[in-house]
Structures are given as structure tokens and as C-alpha cells.
Design a protein around this ligand. Structure first.
Ligand code: AMP
Length: 435
């Protein structure tokens, strides 16, 4: 079989079996995706987070404001289009949509702090490469309405708990505080002053950033620039006392939870609405795409999106594809593909109809039932039962129909027993539950 169509570059199919894509990346099976998603949901439940699902299509304006006009995402990576005077964008991240939804539906009126989580696809027109896709999947949380340091520490704790539950260790957590946007302005001015004399030595990218978004220069991977930055002013020296106290409290709470971290004064975010705590989680084995998750406080975002009152908020966003890379790297245990409880093989037309009808009854009784849909020989059906790893097969032919008893075969031992039709569901349930 063949087709002239291929999936779009930077996207991928999730299939019943894992496979290796053209670039040599292993794409996990749908069972593995379900396992990771179930683990995430389980940890979210333990931490008392509730799920929120927002549309994949959002107004372009929301993303432009919420993610920030000056960011790469908005400047060059949005899948945006216009239709009948409405501007649509495929969401590139889920924080702005969640805050939009929180404000639109007055979720604060549910009372207390809103602890929300999400899992879903995001879209960015990036250059596709290992661990970097155009359609990828994020999960994350947003804690809305809490300004306490405990909310910051819990955000990090949830992320670490998910990684631990999945069997990931050897992770590297970096932590910093951004303080308030007002103090950050002062710092940015100081950084620009410091870097101005070196402008000629900076890469073209950094020179452009010097005016537009100088904090991003701190991220540079260019060695010479890193050297220049060694004596640059440090953000932490500009952060106010209240912010420092908040930061100290977050660090104390992380220590209580025995969560290890490294303070990184160069970990910054350019946008004005980010405040206080910021962090990033890496899996050092992954090389260029080592960032598993990033997060922090964004106490000013709700106002940017039109709220008349501030909503203190903190959250993280993590990439599912990066998690799978880290799981591969760690050689973590993978769930086996799902297997049927029983394969029912039929011999002859009449038996086929009986099997088709009875399968429904057995499924209603809670069993996971497979049968043939190709009119294959009994031998081929038993081979298929084997291929699907069914622990039991039931064989129905003319004799069984006459005697109203089914032949139940345990596949591994080959042992067979006759079971009356009216007791078949119960017999199979009993054996499946107590193998
Ligand atoms: P960000 O919203 O840019 O902070 O990204 C949060 C996380 O999403 C990152 O740490 C990555 O794990 C993941 N991520 C971001 N962009 C991509 C992409 N294009 N492909 C795969 N994962 C991504």
C-alpha cells in the first residue's frame, strides 16, 4: 500500500507501535503516551489540580499581547491566518489562553486559589529538528490568585513529582528571581550601559538585542560574549528587599522538600509581566534540546490581558516530546502495548455470527475481546491470537454450537477446557482476574 501524502514536516503520527522517524528519533507508541498522560493526571490529582481545556484556535491579539510582541514566537513563529475579518492563531503555548479563560469565566468567583492544569498540542513555526517540532505537546499548571512563596514551591514540586513518577532522575533545576518589572528596568539600563562599549564585539543577534531585549543576551552561547558578561552587573543586586525575602522563602521551602536546584543569575525572561521566581528544568543528557520545562511567576499578565485587578500567578510549561527523549535517554521502563483478554476464533459462517454476537455480551461483561474480521482459517485465527498476545482463546465450531459449550484454551500452556455457553462470561472474568 502507498500514498502520495506525508505528514507535514515538524509534525508526527503517534501509532499503536513505537517507531523511528526519518531523523532517527524514536516516536513513542500511543500506549506510552497514555501512560505518561495518566501519570501526569495522577500527580495533578494528588496535588489537587483541576483540568482546564481551552481551544486550539485563539485570537491572534491574545497571543501577541500574552506572549509578547518582541518574542520570537510572535515575531516569526505563529501559525496565524485571517478569515472573514477574524484573526486566528494556532496557540503556541497555553498560559495566555488559560488566563484569558480564567478572566472570561470569572473563575476567581469559584473561591480561593485556582489550581489548574492542562495537556494539549501547541504550534510554532520553528525549524524542525530533534526534540523541536511545529506541532508539539505541552502540559503545565497555572496557580491563579496566590502570591505566597508556597505557591512557587508547589509549582516546582509538582513538576519534579511528575518527573520522579515517570522514573526520570539526573535532572537539573535552575532557579532565579526577577524581582519586580520596575527594578528590572533599572537593571536593564545598567546592563545596556555596561555592554555599550563592547557593542562591536557582540554577535549581530546580540547587537540587535542590545536595544530591543537586552536580557536575552544573558542567554548567549557564544564564549566570547559569556566572557564579556562575566563582570556585567547582576540582576540580583537590583532586586528589592521584598522580592529577596520572597526568594529566600521559596528556597527554604524547596529545601524542606529536598528539591535540589542551582541558582543561575543569568536565567531571565524578557517580558515585563514576569515577576519574582523563575526556573527551568533540564535533562543534561539531551544536548541542544535539553529544556524539559520552564516556568515562573507572572503577576502582571492578567492586567496585560485586560483585568482591572492584578491576579498573582505562577506556573510551568513542559514539553511532552522532550520528556520522551529524556525517558529514552534514561532507558526508563515503558508500558507494554495493551492486549486483549481473549481472542474468540470461529469456524464456519454460523459460528462467526455467534462469535460476533457473543463478543458483544462478553464486552458488556467488561472483557477486552478480539475476534477475526477477515474470514480467516482457524489456524490463521490462532496465529493472530498469538500475535496479539491474548492469554486465552475461545474456539467455536459446529460441535461447540451443537453442545452449547465453548472450548477455552490457555495460550501459554495449551491447556483446554469446555465451558457451557451460559457460564462463559463468568468463567473468563474469573480467569482473567486471577491468572
Ligand atoms: P516555552 O513555552 O517556550 O517556555 O516552552 C516550554 C517547554 O515546551 C520547553 O521547555 C520545551 O520542553 C517545550 N517546547 C517548546 N517549544 C517546543 C518545540 N518547538 N518542540 C518541542 N517542544 C517544545
Amino acid at each position: 500500500m502507498s500514498t502520495s501524502y506525508q505528514n507535514i514536516r515538524g509534525t508526527f503520527d503517534i501509532l499503536p507501535d513505537a517507531y523511528t522517524d526519518d531523523g532517527g528519533t524514536r516516536i513513542a507508541s500511543s500506549a506510552e503516551w497514555r501512560h505518561v498522560e495518566a501519570t501526569i493526571r495522577d500527580v495533578m490529582r494528588r496535588h489537587n489540580f483541576e483540568e482546564i481545556r481551552t481551544p486550539i484556535l485563539e485570537p491572534t491579539e491574545l497571543v501577541a499581547r500574552g506572549v509578547g510582541e518582541s518574542t520570537d514566537i510572535v515575531q516569526k513563529e505563529m501559525f496565524a491566518f485571517e478569515r472573514k475579518d477574524t484573526q486566528y492563531v494556532l496557540r503556541p503555548e497555553i498560559t495566555a489562553p488559560v488566563v484569558r479563560s480564567f478572566l472570561q469565566h470569572h473563575l476567581d468567583q469559584r473561591g480561593g486559589v485556582q489550581k489548574l492544569f492542562y495537556i494539549g498540542p501547541c504550534f510554532r513555526a520553528e525549524k524542525p529538528q530533534k526534540g523541536r517540532y511545529r506541532q508539539f505537546h505541552q502540559f503545565g499548571i497555572e496557580i491563579l490568585g496566590a502570591d505566597e512563596a508556597r505557591a512557587d514551591a508547589e509549582t516546582i514540586a509538582v513538576l519534579m513529582a511528575i518527573c520522579e513518577a515517570l522514573g526520570l532522575s539526573d535532572l537539573h533545576l535552575r532557579l532565579n528571581t526577577l524581582g519586580t518589572p520596575e527594578r528590572r528596568e533599572e537593571y536593564i539600563a545598567a546592563l545596556q550601559d555596561y555592554l555599550a562599549p563592547y557593542a562591536d564585539e557582540l554577535s549581530e543577534t546580540s547587537r540587535r538585542r542590545l536595544d530591543r531585549n537586552p536580557l536575552r543576551i544573558l542567554d548567549t552561547k557564544v564564549e566570547h560574549e559569556q566572557e564579556i558578561l562575566r563582570d556585567a552587573p547582576q540582576l540580583i543586586d537590583f532586586v528589592g528587599d521584598e522580592s529577596l525575602a520572597h526568594y529566600e522563602e521559596v528556597k527554604g521551602l524547596l529545601a524542606d522538600l529536598e528539591i535540589e536546584y542551582e541558582e543561575d543569575p543569568h536565567l531571565v525572561r524578557g517580558l515585563d509581566y514576569y515577576t519574582e521566581t523563575t526556573f527551568e528544568l533540564e535533562s543534561p543528557g539531551l544536548g541542544a534540546q535539553s529544556a524539559l520545562a520552564g516556568g515562573g511567576r507572572y503577576d502582571r499578565l492578567a492586567e496585560v490581558l485586560g483585568s482591572d485587578e492584578p491576579v498573582p500567578a505562577i506556573g510551568f510549561a513542559a514539553g511532552m516530546e522532550r520528556l520522551f527523549l529524556a525517558l529514552d535517554d534514561a532507558d526508563a521502563e515503558r508500558p507494554a502495548p495493551p492486549e486483549p483478554d481473549v481472542f474468540i476464533a470461529a469456524l464456519g459462517d454460523e459460528a462467526e455470527r455467534w462469535v460476533f454476537r457473543t463478543s458483544q455480551d462478553l464486552r458488556d461483561a467488561g472483557l477486552h475481546v478480539a475476534h477475526d474480521l477477515m474470514g480467516r482459517s482457524l489456524k490463521a485465527q490462532m496465529k493472530e491470537a498469538n500475535r496479539q498476545n491474548a492469554p486465552y482463546a475461545v474456539i467455536i465450531g459446529g460441535n461447540e454450537l451443537d453442545a452449547e459449550t465453548a472450548t477455552v484454551k490457555e495460550m501459554e500452556s495449551g491447556e483446554q477446557v469446555d465451558v457451557p455457553f451460559d457460564g462463559l462470561a463468568e468463567h473468563l472474568r474469573e480467569r482473567v482476574e486471577n491468572p
